[in-house]
Design a protein around this ligand. Structure first.
Ligand code: FES
Length: 164
Protein backbone atom coordinates (compact mmCIF):
# COMPACT_ATOMS: atom_id res chain seq x y z
CA UNK A 1 0.00 0.00 0.00
CA UNK A 2 1.35 3.42 -0.92
CA UNK A 3 1.83 6.09 1.71
CA UNK A 4 -0.71 8.89 1.00
CA UNK A 5 1.39 11.39 2.96
CA UNK A 6 4.41 11.26 0.66
CA UNK A 7 5.11 11.49 -3.04
CA UNK A 8 7.93 10.47 -5.30
CA UNK A 9 8.84 13.43 -7.47
CA UNK A 10 11.36 14.38 -10.08
CA UNK A 11 13.15 17.68 -9.51
CA UNK A 12 15.53 19.20 -12.00
CA UNK A 13 18.00 21.33 -10.06
CA UNK A 14 20.92 23.15 -11.63
CA UNK A 15 20.57 21.00 -14.73
CA UNK A 16 20.61 17.68 -12.86
CA UNK A 17 17.47 15.56 -12.49
CA UNK A 18 16.79 13.97 -9.12
CA UNK A 19 14.12 11.46 -8.11
CA UNK A 20 13.15 11.69 -4.48
CA UNK A 21 10.36 10.71 -2.13
CA UNK A 22 9.20 13.57 0.06
CA UNK A 23 6.55 14.20 2.68
CA UNK A 24 3.79 16.12 0.88
CA UNK A 25 4.29 19.01 3.33
CA UNK A 26 8.04 19.32 2.72
CA UNK A 27 9.00 22.72 1.38
CA UNK A 28 11.09 23.05 -1.72
CA UNK A 29 13.76 24.73 0.40
CA UNK A 30 13.97 21.78 2.80
CA UNK A 31 14.04 19.33 -0.10
CA UNK A 32 16.86 21.29 -1.75
CA UNK A 33 18.93 21.72 1.39
CA UNK A 34 18.30 18.52 3.31
CA UNK A 35 17.52 15.94 0.65
CA UNK A 36 19.65 17.18 -2.25
CA UNK A 37 22.43 18.92 -0.28
CA UNK A 38 21.96 22.13 -2.27
CA UNK A 39 22.81 24.52 0.56
CA UNK A 40 23.07 27.72 -1.50
CA UNK A 41 19.48 28.72 -0.70
CA UNK A 42 19.38 29.75 2.97
CA UNK A 43 16.64 29.40 5.55
CA UNK A 44 16.23 32.92 6.92
CA UNK A 45 12.77 33.65 8.29
CA UNK A 46 11.03 30.45 7.06
CA UNK A 47 7.98 32.62 6.29
CA UNK A 48 8.76 33.92 2.80
CA UNK A 49 9.58 37.40 4.09
CA UNK A 50 13.35 37.84 3.81
CA UNK A 51 14.30 36.35 0.43
CA UNK A 52 17.30 34.34 1.68
CA UNK A 53 15.73 31.18 0.25
CA UNK A 54 15.22 32.58 -3.25
CA UNK A 55 15.85 30.27 -6.18
CA UNK A 56 14.83 30.77 -9.78
CA UNK A 57 11.34 29.29 -9.85
CA UNK A 58 8.91 31.07 -7.56
CA UNK A 59 9.67 30.85 -3.89
CA UNK A 60 10.82 28.28 -1.45
CA UNK A 61 7.55 28.22 0.46
CA UNK A 62 6.49 26.29 -2.59
CA UNK A 63 6.03 22.69 -1.60
CA UNK A 64 8.54 20.34 -3.16
CA UNK A 65 5.73 18.29 -4.70
CA UNK A 66 4.46 21.47 -6.42
CA UNK A 67 7.82 21.81 -8.15
CA UNK A 68 7.51 18.40 -9.81
CA UNK A 69 8.96 18.68 -13.30
CA UNK A 70 10.01 22.31 -12.85
CA UNK A 71 13.45 23.67 -13.65
CA UNK A 72 15.00 24.91 -10.42
CA UNK A 73 18.15 27.00 -10.45
CA UNK A 74 19.98 27.72 -7.21
CA UNK A 75 22.95 30.02 -6.82
CA UNK A 76 25.21 27.03 -7.54
CA UNK A 77 23.67 26.76 -11.00
CA UNK A 78 24.12 30.43 -11.87
CA UNK A 79 26.76 31.57 -14.32
CA UNK A 80 26.20 35.31 -14.52
CA UNK A 81 28.40 38.43 -14.48
CA UNK A 82 26.49 39.54 -11.37
CA UNK A 83 28.49 37.09 -9.29
CA UNK A 84 31.78 38.82 -10.16
CA UNK A 85 30.13 42.23 -9.74
CA UNK A 86 29.04 41.32 -6.20
CA UNK A 87 32.65 40.44 -5.38
CA UNK A 88 34.05 43.55 -7.08
CA UNK A 89 31.64 45.87 -5.24
CA UNK A 90 31.66 44.09 -1.87
CA UNK A 91 27.98 43.27 -2.25
CA UNK A 92 27.93 41.18 0.89
CA UNK A 93 29.29 41.00 4.38
CA UNK A 94 28.27 37.81 6.17
CA UNK A 95 27.02 36.33 2.90
CA UNK A 96 23.89 34.75 4.34
CA UNK A 97 21.54 36.65 2.03
CA UNK A 98 23.84 36.58 -0.99
CA UNK A 99 22.53 33.50 -2.80
CA UNK A 100 18.98 34.84 -2.58
CA UNK A 101 20.11 38.33 -3.62
CA UNK A 102 21.87 36.91 -6.67
CA UNK A 103 18.91 34.78 -7.75
CA UNK A 104 16.55 37.72 -7.31
CA UNK A 105 18.84 40.07 -9.18
CA UNK A 106 19.12 37.69 -12.15
CA UNK A 107 15.33 37.33 -12.31
CA UNK A 108 14.81 41.06 -11.82
CA UNK A 109 17.15 41.92 -14.69
CA UNK A 110 15.28 39.49 -16.95
CA UNK A 111 11.93 41.01 -15.95
CA UNK A 112 13.23 44.51 -16.60
CA UNK A 113 14.63 43.47 -19.97
CA UNK A 114 11.21 42.02 -20.84
CA UNK A 115 9.64 45.42 -20.11
CA UNK A 116 7.91 44.61 -16.83
CA UNK A 117 7.38 47.78 -14.79
CA UNK A 118 7.89 48.08 -11.04
CA UNK A 119 6.03 50.18 -8.48
CA UNK A 120 8.42 53.08 -9.08
CA UNK A 121 8.41 52.95 -12.88
CA UNK A 122 7.01 56.13 -14.37
CA UNK A 123 4.70 55.96 -17.36
CA UNK A 124 3.64 52.30 -17.60
CA UNK A 125 1.30 52.75 -20.55
CA UNK A 126 2.08 50.48 -23.51
CA UNK A 127 3.35 53.53 -25.42
CA UNK A 128 5.44 54.81 -22.51
CA UNK A 129 9.23 54.61 -22.49
CA UNK A 130 10.83 51.52 -20.95
CA UNK A 131 11.79 52.06 -17.32
CA UNK A 132 15.41 53.09 -16.92
CA UNK A 133 17.13 50.74 -14.53
CA UNK A 134 18.40 53.27 -12.02
CA UNK A 135 19.14 52.83 -8.32
CA UNK A 136 15.51 53.47 -7.34
CA UNK A 137 14.34 50.74 -9.73
CA UNK A 138 16.92 48.28 -8.42
CA UNK A 139 15.98 49.00 -4.79
CA UNK A 140 12.28 48.54 -5.50
CA UNK A 141 12.71 45.38 -7.57
CA UNK A 142 15.05 43.85 -4.95
CA UNK A 143 12.94 44.96 -1.96
CA UNK A 144 11.88 41.39 -1.20
CA UNK A 145 15.43 40.46 -0.26
CA UNK A 146 16.56 41.63 3.15
CA UNK A 147 20.20 41.98 4.20
CA UNK A 148 20.79 42.11 7.92
CA UNK A 149 24.32 43.46 7.34
CA UNK A 150 23.08 46.45 5.37
CA UNK A 151 25.08 45.77 2.22
CA UNK A 152 22.37 47.40 0.12
CA UNK A 153 24.43 50.27 -1.41
CA UNK A 154 27.05 47.80 -2.66
CA UNK A 155 24.39 45.41 -3.95
CA UNK A 156 22.77 48.22 -5.94
CA UNK A 157 26.16 49.25 -7.37
CA UNK A 158 26.87 45.65 -8.39
CA UNK A 159 23.52 45.27 -10.13
CA UNK A 160 23.86 48.59 -11.94
CA UNK A 161 27.34 47.67 -13.14
CA UNK A 162 26.13 44.66 -15.10
CA UNK A 163 23.51 46.79 -16.85
CA UNK A 164 26.09 49.17 -18.30
FE1 FES B 1 24.89 39.51 5.61
FE2 FES B 1 23.35 40.26 3.60
S1 FES B 1 25.51 40.10 3.62
S2 FES B 1 22.75 39.39 5.46
Amino acid sequence: MTDPTSSTISLRVDEVTHELTVDNRRTLLDALREDLDRTGPKKGCDHGQCGACTVLLDGCLTLAVAAEGAEVTTVAGLDHPLQAAFVAHDGFQCGYCTSGQLCSAVAMLAEHAAGWPSAVSGDVSPDGPPATLDAAEVRERMSGNLCRCGAYPSIVRAVLEVTR
